[in-house]
Design a protein around this ligand. Structure first.
Ligand code: HAM
Length: 421
């Protein structure tokens, strides 16, 4: 027997029984995007590794431990994208989008890759949906991006998703805060995990995000960023909250949100569903005002968020949300005898051209087997073509629910079915 192959760890197949759920979510996402005036963008699944090193951050967990990197045949170093913001900003600059219009509002979805320990809601290949609002530093933009997420989750039928927001300040007040954190953690240096020891030097805010129980415990009493915001950042944060209130979007301020990527400043936020357990963030995002410049563009602000399909689907399933329905078959075709088997292929093609969803199984030959399959398919009609109908240039249409049957002329077929379905 040939060897059976299995999936790489941390990946999964989207099987037909689940694929329609994904389509449902994508359709809803696109529908919300349209109403918020966003336009689609797609970037390659791999990028030069510097795209992520420079933006997500050399010292971030993603770059340090989680990136899938490879060299190609010419020894160039690439990474499978671990996230979507850096590639979108790269594309924004490379395609001169900053020149053609002042503001770009972009949406995307697709697979991302992170080498992490797989667990419920955490995969090595996972799928994100995301938006980026590039070109405005107005607090309204922050609130609108958050409002997008809020409406999207609402329209999917989700309940009890909490929105947590924070401000992590700008370069100026952020570095004052870093100093305060270093002061606070210094006496506990020896107790910190090895990652946090490094974070003390490179990015002290990440100390607040550590999952190690000792570090987590120490972080509880650390100074809060909100006490260190300068006037500009504080006003911005207050305005964002005013807009959210005006838009009727409930939120909680959580001063512990720091986010795991280095490009953020000012507003940071997460949509949390507590029952998901350890991986409870359905989506997260924030402002990244320095990123476009980092990629060689003009000094252009931006803000966005991304969410994971897997955690969203887990939540929707747990809450019994609807995923719409698999498309229902309109007509199940049944043919009897060699000539009818050939003739039916032309009829099927006409029906499909006319827009009907048609099923047919050439491997089933008996009337009994085909009618059984027709019943099982839950189609509206069975269309039967046998020797007699072939002679009469007709077909039999059987409405499967009622069992009512009638003979219809082949050239009236489309007209008749259009009225019935
Ligand atoms: P992130 O917080 O790293 O942000 O990821 C966003 C979301 O992707 C998470 O909240 C989670 O739902 C999902 N996610 C992340 N890693 C995994 C994983 N290993 N398995 C399953 N789901 C996962 C970003 O990626 C930023 N680019 C978001 C952003 C957009 N910020 C500004 N614009």
């Amino acid at each position: 027997m040939a060897k059976k192959y299995t999936l790489p760890r941390g990946t999964y197949d989207i099987v037909p029984e689940d694929e329609y759920k994904w389509q449902y979510i994508i359709e809803k996402f696109r529908s919300v995007a349209k109403r918020f005036d966003y336009y689609g963008i797609a970037t390659p699944i791999f990028e030069k590794v510097e795209v992520f090193e420079r933006s997500v951050g050399d010292e971030s967990d993603i770059v340090q431990k989680e990136m899938y990197t490879f060299v190609d045949r010419k020894n160039r170093k690439f990474a499978l994208r671990p996230e979507g913001t850096a590639p979108v900003v790269r594309a924004y600059v490379e395609n001169g989008m900053n020149v053609s219009r002042q503001v770009s509002k972009l949406f995307y979805y697709g697979p991302m890759f992170r080498y992490d320990r797989p667990q419920r809601g955490r995969y090595r290949q996972f799928y994100q949906f995301g938006i980026e609002y590039i070109g405005s530093d107005h607090p309204y933009a922050d609130a609108e991006v958050i409002a997008f997420g809020s409406l999207f989750f609402k329209e999917l039928g989700l309940q009890n998703v909490r929105l947590e927001i924070n401000s992590i300040g700008c370069k100026d007040c952020g570095s004052e805060y870093d100093k305060a954190l270093i002061e606070y953690f210094k006496p506990y240096y020896q107790q910190l995990c090895s990652d946090c020891k490094k974070r003390m030097e490179k990015n002290p805010k990440r100390l607040l995000d550590c999952k190690n129980p000792t570090c987590k415990n120490l972080a509880q009493s650390a100074p809060a960023m909100l006490d260190y915001l300068d006037e500009k950042c504080e006003n911005h944060f207050l305005k964002v909250q005013e807009y959210l209130n005006q838009m009727d979007i409930p939120f909680e301020v959580n001063a512990r949100i720091v986010r795991g990527l280095d490009y953020y400043n000012k507003t940071a936020f997460e949509f949390i569903y507590d029952k998901l357990g350890a991986q409870n963030a359905i989506a997260g995002g924030g402002r990244y005002d320095g990123l476009v410049k980092e990629f060689g563009g003009n000094d252009t602000p931006g803000i966005g968020f991304a969410g994971g399909f897997e955690r969203l689907i887990l939540t929707m399933e747990e809450q019994g949300c609807s995923f719409g329905k698999l498309s229902k078959i309109d007509i199940y075709c049944v043919s009897l005898g060699e000539s009818a088997n050939l003739e039916i292929s032309g009829i099927i093609m006409q029906l499909r051209k006319a827009g009907f969803i048609v099923a047919y199984d050439p491997d089933k030959t008996s009337m009994k087997a085909q009618m059984k399959a027709a019943d099982k398919s839950d189609a509206s009609f069975a269309l039967i073509l046998g020797e007699n109908e072939l002679k009469n240039k007709s077909v039999i249409l059987r409405e499967l629910k009622s069992g009512q049957q009638s003979e219809t002329n082949q050239n009236k077929l489309i007209e008749y079915l259009t009225e019935q379905i």
